[in-house]
Structure formats: C-alpha cells, structure tokens
Design a protein around this ligand. Structure first.
Ligand code: DAT
Ligand code: MG
Length: 140
C-alpha cells in the first residue's frame, strides 16, 4: 500500500474539552502526518452538505446541530495506508464498542458526540478533502 491521504475532523465535544493536542498525538504516534489543519466553526450548510449521505437518518438534525455547536479542527492526514490506519486508531463509532487505546475509547462521550470523524474509503477521502481544502493548503 502506497502513501495515502485521509480526511479527519476533531469534533466539537473534543475541542470543547481542549483535546486537540492529545488526539493529534494519537494520530502522530500511529504514523499519520498532519499535512493540513485548520480550526473553523462549521456552518449548517457546510455540515448538511458534508453529511449528505446521512440526510435520511433519524439523527441527521442532531448531527448537524452538534457539528455546528462549537469549533472543529479539519485535517488532512498522510501516511502508509492512511484511511484504514486512521479508522483503526479512531475506534468504533459507538465508544462503548471501541477498542482500548483508540481515540473514541479514550475520549468519546456517546455515539453522537464521538470526538472524531474519519473518511471510510479512499474515494470518500478525496471527496471530503476537496470539500474543505484547496490543494495549496495541503503541504505534504
Ligand atoms: P463514523 O463516524 O464512524 O464513520 P457513521 O458514518 O455511521 O459513523 O455516522 C456518522 C456520524 O453520525 C457518527 O460519527 C455519529 C453520528 N451517528 C451515527 N450513528 C448514530 C446514532 N445511532 N445516533 C446518533 N448519532 C449517530
Ligand atoms: Mg462515516
């Protein structure tokens, strides 16, 4: 597997608790390099567009409300097999099911307020990176 990029978000529950550095340390210790990073307050339109695939799910309104409730940190992570590696260190969506040592096991509060987002495939990663970053903002 070659060097790959994935898209990451440190979510409002984590920025509220000042956990950006601790979460970044988990990523970096796993061999992921932060090649772009910016802190933003997402608009409702941005959150709705980003999570469009979930628009029919019962938790969609709650998800958009949560993602716009406080700043988030948008990131591009780079490394060997980055998409899968990042999903592994994030842990399961529901923190009650997340493995020891994963970000969600360490920090997440609930299935909704679960501290981090990560792309689920190389195709999603390309789309999600492009949704929030211009090419010149990514410095590998
Ligand atoms: P993941 O973030 O692990 O890729 P997902 O794509 O299935 O999970 O869902 C996107 C986000 O939506 C998830 O991180 C938190 C929220 N979510 C998912 N299932 C939920 C549920 N049953 N109740 C509340 N929020 C949920
Ligand atoms: Mg997902």
């Amino acid at each position: 597997m070659a060097i790959q990029r994935t898209f990451s978000i440190i979510k409002p529950d984590a920025t509220n608790r000042n956990l950006t550095g601790k979460i970044n340390a988990v990523f970096e210790d796993a061999g992921l390099r932060i090649v772009a990073q910016k802190r933003v307050r997402m608009t409702a339109a941005q959150a709705e567009g980003f999570y469009a695939e979930h628009s029919e799910r019962p938790f969609f309104g709650e998800l958009v409300e949560f993602m716009t409730s406080a700043p988030v940190v948008l990131q591009v992570l780079q490394g060997e097999n980055a998409v899968l590696k990042h999903r592994e260190v994030m842990g399961a969506t529901n923190p009650a099911e997340a493995a020891e040592g994963t970000v969600r096991k360490l920090f997440a509060q609930s299935i909704g307020e679960n501290s981090v987002h990560g792309s689920d495939s190389a195709e999603s990663a390309a789309r999600e990176i492009n949704y929030f970053f211009r090419p010149e903002e990514i410095v590998g």
